[in-house]
Design a protein around this ligand. Structure first.
Ligand SMILES: Cc1cc2nc3c(=O)[nH]c(=O)nc-3n(C[C@H](O)[C@H](O)[C@H](O)COP(=O)(O)O)c2cc1C
Length: 382
């Protein structure tokens, strides 16, 4: 089983993630983690923080000579801004600079977190609730992608919509073109309109949300199980993607469109093609039937609310004076849908790597490969 645990505050010294359960013998270097960390930092509409940070993960344990050992992998991402936050985030009481934030921000964990932990400074809450933590998830996800890549599984994402602007999807998404777009749009015309919409929101002191889509190609049929509610792959993916900060909805395949369509326009017709085996004429199910992968690409949509921190702060309350105030402003992004897609890829990759290991086991890459190949031979005989 592959699992991971992150630690670290947004303006703390560093983020750390431990990835446990990766088989031995997987080639892994820091360079394998760099591209996704850079992709998470991009996208038109990001704020000042992303100009300061240049995320790089250092591999601290679990790898020797460029190959995993089968032991826990520790990854470490240094916060570049640490020098400016040393006093505010001091671990020691000695030298701690405290300027309590009491004007809680709507749409953030500030108020609920202060009530929950008995805090009198929203800084104690927002530092961990911040989506800075998603950098650690992306580093862990890159490890999962590296494992999946050995089995021909590739995980991509694109921006489906920003605000009211929706991409018109081409028959086949050109992933290189998506990465070249400033908003990671598969539709250049919609991409240009999305950039303009973000600029408009920035000028108005407002923010925008939207929708990203993650596509995992090359997934074998039979991952996940209908055995129990918590073994269904659809549920595992939904939980993983919904856990991304500001993600307020997850849909699979035809998802939120399906309730408005008759069954005959939703369900995919199974077929058998000589030499290729079983498949489907369409993929409206998003590669999942009965909580199991069905061999088609897995398609997961994440619906992102608009960013909560507004340049023109919303009305709020001061938890100390209990008086109405304008919300505290903390340096912020305008739109993060393109970046959230990259985080979505990481979460989907981590779930898929886990169910792959659950089905095929193996302490080393050769052992896992042997098990997968045996299953592929079994499928080919059908
Ligand atoms: C990659 C990424 C970057 C984010 N950056 C910001 C930001 O700069 N400002 C902000 O207010 N929210 C940002 N968010 C969203 C907040 O972290 C999130 O809305 C907040 O923690 C409350 O959680 P909830 O929206 O899930 O309830 C970001 C989310 C993601 C995925």
């Amino acid at each position: 089983m592959l699992r991971f645990l992150t630690a670290g505050e947004s303006h703390g010294e560093r983020l750390t993630v431990i990835v446990d359960g990766v088989p031995a013998g997987l080639p892994l270097t820091a360079a394998d983690l760099a591209p996704d960390l850079a992709r998470r930092q991009g996208g038109h509409g990001r704020g000042g923080r992303m100009k300061i940070e240049k995320d790089a993960a250092r591999i601290v344990s679990g790898v020797r000579g460029g190959k995993t050992l089968g032991s826990p992998i520790t990854l470490d991402i240094q916060n570049q801004d640490w020098d400016n936050w040393k006093a505010v985030m001091s671990v020691e009481a000695d030298g701690l600079k405290r300027k309590p934030i009491t004007r809680v921000r709507p749409g953030h964990a500030d108020l609920a977190g202060m009530l929950k932990y008995g805090a009198d400074d929203a800084r104690d809450v927002l530092e961990r609730a911040s989506a800075r933590e998603t950098a650690a998830r992306v580093a862990a996800g890159a490890v999962a992608k590296q494992l999946l890549g050995n089995f021909g599984i590739a995980v991509h994402s694109y921006t489906r919509s920003i605000g009211a602007i929706e991409a018109v999807l081409p028959g086949r998404v050109n992933w290189k073109a998506v990465e070249a777009s400033p908003v990671r749009s598969p539709d250049p015309k919609a991409g240009a309109a999305m950039v303009a919409a973000i600029d408009g929101a920035r000028a108005a002191g407002d923010t925008l949300g939207g929708m990203f889509t993650v596509v995992a190609e090359g997934v074998l049929p039979g991952l996940g199980s209908y055995r129990q509610w918590d073994t269904r792959l659809d549920g595992l993916l939904a939980q993983a993607v919904m856990s991304i900060p500001a993600c307020k909805g997850v849909a699979l395949g035809a998802g939120f469109e399906a309730p408005y369509l008759p069954g005959s326009r939703v369900h995919d017709v199974p077929v058998h093609v000589a030499g290729r085996g079983f498949g489907h004429q369409t993929n409206r199910a998003g590669g999942l039937e009965g909580g199991i992968s069905n061999g088609e690409p897995i398609v997961v949509h994440g619906l992102m609310k608009p960013i909560s921190t507004l340049l023109k702060p919303m009305p709020s309350v001061d938890v100390k004076s209990k008086q109405p105030v304008k919300a505290h402003y903390e340096r912020s992004d305008i739109c993060v849908v393109p970046a959230a897609g990259v985080v979505g890829e990481a979460m989907v990759a981590l779930v898929l790597a886990n169910v792959l290991l659950e089905k095929f086991g193996g302490d080393s890459l050769p052992e896992l490969t042997r098990n997968v190949k045996g299953y592929e031979r079994q499928l080919a005989r059908r």
